[in-house]
Ligand binder design. Sequence first.
Ligand code: AMP
Ligand code: MG
Length: 493
Amino acid sequence: MTATPSLFRFDNSYARDMSGFYVPWEGAKVPSPELVLFNRSLARELDLEPDLLETSEGAAIFAGVTPPDGASPLAQVYAGHQFGGFSPQLGDGRALLIGEIIDRNGQRRDIQLKGSGPTPFSRGGDGKAVIGPVLREYVIGEAMQALGIPTTRALAAVTTGEDIFREGPKPGAVLTRVAASHLRVGTFQFFAARGETEKVRQLADYAISRHDPDLQVQEDRYLKLFARVMERQAALVAQWVLVGFVHGVMNTDNTTISGETIDYGPCAFIDSYNPAAVFSSIDHGGRYAFGRQPMIMQWNLARLAEAMLALFSPDDLDMAVERVSSELARFPELYGEHWLAGMRRKTGIQTASDDDKAFFERLLDVMHEQNVDYTLFFRHLGTAAAGDASSLRALAETPEALDSWIGEWQSRLDTENTDRADLKAGLSSINPAYIPRNHMVEAALQAAETGDYAPVRKLIEVLELPFDERAGLDDFAHPAPQDHGPYRTFCGT
Ligand code: AMP
Ligand code: MG
């Protein structure tokens, strides 16, 4: 008899080294796992064999029914501030970390099943997920990846053959998620809130070994870890804002240490520019509105600073507060630099000027007032640079309202002696033609609920190459028609 090759070459550091930070657990049994999406290119990146996994055996693994050889499935514990209020006990209430593998680039990656059944952290929830939110996380996560934005990835989506009750019966599903790690601000908060300083230190050391190994031999490594997380998150939120992404539920348990976007729940992309845009049906106060995201991220990082405080200057709390506060105070500037550099790239401006912030704010003010589609505006800038501003101007309710800014911008390009043809090509590789337009996502998810996966597959295919405009894909490039009504998203449960 020949031995079957191991499907995953697991090396489970969290299970091995972090006892007390999780409970070993197993997935629920479900009637009939079926693979509906499988990410072959990600599988190859992970050094997995797609042909062995895109099978009924793979479906059973991705549904959580059969743990693969070498897995050590576990539910991680964490806490978190949800909409500003602290919940001391959250944790994987419907997810299992099945193990870690080292990918082709030598990077350690978590493999997690989301929707695999109740755990000790389910707090009365059913531990399940349904097809719509699972596919939303798949589609938007993969779109973010294609846009060059750090994110967890989607390896597979399976249906379970079960009906799960939400607003009515919905097809049950499980997402296989791949992440640089699942360490969250909330993971630190869990142990800090219990006064378990040694566990906070152990977690920080683990985070350093995973994400910032160069700090291992440095003095002050905990403060430096904090600074690294802040730098990654400042860069990340700037990328969200530059592309028009609204996360929707920026709780501290949804804020990673790795700097990856995680937990796509009621997320959405803005159409017309509006800093107050809120899509989530549960965000009544607009806490997580589009334009508030940088400020909220700084708030979340302040919660991380508090959770790590005992590590910074263990013998002198005042000193610890002072040192981490001066780090945290750098956030607005860090964020601002990333955002400004990004806006210069989006508009083809090569040199920084003192007026840049005001220059871009003047643009955003007009876009807001004129209901200009954010994505299309930047996409059409290239054509305007090459001499024809008509499609750009047509995006405004009153085209003349854009003229003053377009004139200023043209003069900047002239001053910099920019080659206009080169600029057009360059801008097309920075400003996407295709983003996950809310109405297209919704239509694809609705079709999937009835068992038709063709639209979601098509959407994924389009969004894989967001910068390459292709014939016949106009519907994917435009906002919903005016009569479509306001867009609402619901939490990803
Ligand atoms: P989220 O809003 O998806 O980030 O989840 C917040 C917390 O609620 C986490 O601890 C989740 O594990 C938990 N949770 C969300 N949905 C469910 C569910 N259907 N069953 C059990 N726990 C859940
Ligand atoms: Mg979450």
